[in-house]
Design a protein around this ligand. Structure first.
Ligand code: SF4
Length: 453
């Protein structure tokens, strides 16, 4: 009988691509995928451990899977595999704590998932979990022909251009889970893009921990944490954007997760002249105040960021900038928060997300004195969001009456070039349009974050 496997994917788009790769390998091995976790022989939970709440969500998902098995909402002999960032980082501890799990696997084992599924099926039920996570940081990176079963709608796909991160941000534990930055080759990514566009994809979302660092890991010199994207040093993001722009077809290339330290005028000019690259930049800034940036070890400065936002807007007409900030980082004073609030007011970001600081064990910031109380974090979060809501409302109102090109997600909902799926707003369509296609619409109204057309 064919083995049936179900998978619960948690966390970010990078984890989603890992899920897609595991599903691709399971299918190549002749296994059946099921969206009904109750009928799966083996259930895989692909976890996230970015912040504490993500860890809690991951553990809850694992425990729920086990509880449902006990309550016979799922097959009692169903096996459970835990994959992803949480497993990579905490498998040693979790093996002792989550006896309901059959195996913990790491980020380097995406391509070994089918033999691992067979291995857990052969286990005697009730035996203690196996910790199969290798004893080193991950080095894996996919290729253009890596089997993949896409979980996104037909018209957009995430393309992982690199993996890992070389930055030392003091609040972040991602490099401890995902390892050093390693870029794919341009040829590998171009071939993947060609395939995706030929399958009807209209939007390629380029992702990694730091997309601006693309190619720099192969440079022989000058590839430090403040290195700027330049063709003088070697293959870089500009070469990749040019190669992807040469793929035939009508599609957007969207750049997610860029780091402010690496932006250069050369990159700005390149985006301005490449029409397939969406006029959209996702650039998590985390803070603006000099002392905070230093304590966060962001390897950039207030002056650089302020100048960069101005240069981006001047260099790329109609650009939408998306950013995220952290409030309540250890030691953040009222005055430092007010500087951030003023910046949010003045810079008028098109899209913005706020995180309250989360104290991650194993990070430098977790050991810092002057941790900010939850009440202050919450109040700063509310103030920052309220400030941005005013900005967002003004920006949306300014678009009323304009004709915009949109990508239609469902008959009644679309996105402009300024909106990435899942994280940004949408265009609510008053008359239905054909999904998965581009269309031109006239904006007739707005809500806070969404437009009406
Ligand atoms: S750039 Fe900083 S926040 Fe982003 S993944 Fe790297 S270390 Fe973490």
């Amino acid at each position: 009988m064919t083995t049936k496997v179900g998978l619960i994917s948690l966390g970010c788009a990078k984890n989603l691509v890992d899920s897609e790769i595991m599903l691709g390998h399971l299918r190549s091995a002749g296994m059946e995928l099921t969206a009904d976790s109750a009928e799966a022989d083996v259930l895989i939970v692909n976890t996230c451990a970015f912040i504490d709440s993500a860890k809690t969500e991951s553990i809850t998902a694992v425990l729920e899977a086990h509880r449902d098995r006990g309550l016979h909402r799922r097959r009692p002999d169903q096996r459970l595999i835990v994959a992803g960032c949480m497993s990579q980082r905490f498998s040693t501890e979790l093996t002792g704590e989550l006896s309901e799990v059959d195996a913990f696997i790491g980020l380097d084992q995406l391509e070994e998932v089918a033999p691992i599924v067979r291995r857990v099926l052969a286990r005697t039920p009730g035996t203690p979990p196996e910790d199969l996570v290798p004893d080193h940081l991950p080095v894996y990176i996919p290729d253009f022909d890596t089997p993949r079963w896409r979980l996104t709608p037909k018209h957009f796909a995430y393309v992982k251009i690199a993996e890992g991160c070389n930055h030392p941000c003091s609040f972040c534990v991602i490099p401890q889970m995902r390892g050093k930055h390693r870029s794919r080759t341009i040829e590998s990514i171009r071939r993947e893009a060609e395939q995706l566009v030929s399958e009807g994809v209209k939007e390629l979302l380029l992702i990694s921990q730091d997309t601006t660092y693309f190619g720099m890991d192969r440079w022989t010199e000058g590839r430090g944490p403040r290195a700027q994207v330049t063709s003088a040093r070697g293959e870089n993001l500009i070469d990749l954007l040019e190669a992807l722009s040469s793929v035939k077809g009508d599609f957007w290339i969207r750049l997610l997760y860029t780091h402010p330290a690496h932006w250069s005028d050369e990159l700005i000019t390149a985006i301005a002249r490449l029409p397939k690259v969406a006029r959209y930049v996702d650039m998590p800034l985390q803070h603006i105040e000099e002392g905070m940036l230093k304590d966060m070890r962001r390897e950039t400065s207030e002056a650089h960021i302020r100048g960069l936002v101005t240069r981006l807007r001047a260099g790329i007409p109609n650009l939408a900038i998306r950013t995220t900030f952290i409030v309540g980082f250890p030691g953040e004073t009222d005055a430092q928060f007010d500087t951030l609030l003023g910046f949010i007011q003045d810079a008028k970001f098109d899209r913005m997300g706020i995180f309250t600081y989360s104290q991650e064990s194993g990070s430098r910031a977790a050991k810092m004195p002057n941790q900010v109380s939850p009440a202050i974090k919450k109040s700063r979060y509310r103030k920052a969001m309220a400030t941005q809501q005013k900005v967002a409302t003004q920006r949306a109102a300014a678009l009323v009456g304009q004709k915009l090109r949109v990508l239609v997600d469902t008959p009644t909902s679309a996105r402009t070039e300024a909106d990435a799926p899942d994280v940004d707003g949408k265009v609510i369509l008053t008359s239905p349009l054909t999904p998965n296609e581009f269309a031109e619409v006239t904006i007739t109204g707005h809500k806070i974050y969404d437009l009406i057309a």
